[in-house]
Design a protein around this ligand. Sequence first.
Ligand SMILES: [Zn+2]
Length: 487
Amino acid sequence: MNDRSPSIPTWASKTADSLGEGPHVVVTGISPSGNIHNLREVLVAEAVANALRDRGKEVRFIFHADTIDPLRKIAPGIPQEYERYIGHSLSHIPDPEGCHASYSEHFLVPFEESLREMEMDIEVLRSHELYESGLYTDVTRESLTHTDALRNVLQEASGRQMPEDWSPYQPRVASGGLVGNRVIQHQPEENSVVFVDDTGAEGVADYSRGEGKLSWRVELAARWKALGVTFEPFGKDHTSRGGSTDTADGMCREVFNYPIPGRYEYEWISIKGQGAMSSSKGIVLLPEDLLKIMPPNALRRLMLGRDPARALDLDLSGGFPAFMDEYRADADEPAVPFLHLVTVAQTTNGDTTAAARMLDRGGYEQATQDRDRLAQDLAHALNWSETWAPDSLKLRILTPEESREAATGLEDEQRAYLRSISERIEPDMDGDAVQDLLYSTAVGMDLKPKKAFAALYTVLLGKKSGPKAGPFVAGLPDDIRSSRLSV
Ligand SMILES: [Zn+2]
């Protein structure tokens, strides 16, 4: 196993085995109405697509961005004046920051870049373009022709009476909004509907050109048929009784005559100490930020967990080093403990050459062979130390002035200890040799090791404790060692 080919987890293999011969269309759909954080859904779909490919099946893997969806509420950070766009297609609303072609592009483009960075073999389709290009024309005609049957499915699932004028189609009215309950006539031979506008005037919407959309619940089933979907994962909010998959399944049976696609129900991810991820509450981890602290396959492993059907409480602070060590061991990567990498990255400020020297001296020569990979590992470790590391793990080598200042608080015997170390340490000593020297010198001077090591951390880091002293001190450049220890 290497970084390019993650192994196929058991749950994905089992799912793939249940899906039949194919050809397969695996789809995942997300509404870009705010920061897109739902990577778990995309990764579940990817794992199943890969399991199918692994079995020699033909697979099309689609990210269906729901760009024609109406804006439902204002996401955190969006100006309040955007209230007036509620009900408008996300693809028809201006970018709140003015940097992209539309509101939906503003949130979709960074997510798309993360998928590319993860080298995901996925097609990104925008629903407004699919409607405009006519992909939804036949299923829309079919929906409008069977309006009563669709209404019945919805009524049975919800147990509530639907309005008499309910329509599966929402034309875009003159003010820009998508409006239900306005269709008064279907003209199937012209692919159009006649509707009543805000002013009471009649308008015509051509549904082969994206002049409106199917209502969300109908669109789900219609999308399966229009794209030939054979598998789609869903979060548990969709799969409850009367939920959107329930009604879409009924519509497949009663109206669209389309086999219900395979499905996988995944559970939520929460962030330790913050709660379940939610863009409306601003509790999000964006893929682009996560890729700053780990490589793509570590991110896949982190987000999927052992089984995505189980809820996951992510600990990116204290628990992250152990996660990275496990990941690197399984990925057969050079086994530098992540915390040591963090120490080295901070000590050298990410300088690859200095870091390689430090790692070599610490006995981790294997990790310095591939310099590109090392540079990336150092960048991840440094970013993690700045963003997520507990304060106790944040390190900075003191400047000579700061070090001298810190040394004034030491006892005479501690200063004598440091001087003795600086005289006896040899440039070519490795981490173990330095550790022995630090310890035996303290014992020889009848100084408690704890006090001795505290002196060392004080003049180097301005702290009473720090990373394992042997490899840390062994890795330091000679000039830093001699200047900070000669107190
Ligand atoms: Zn933008």
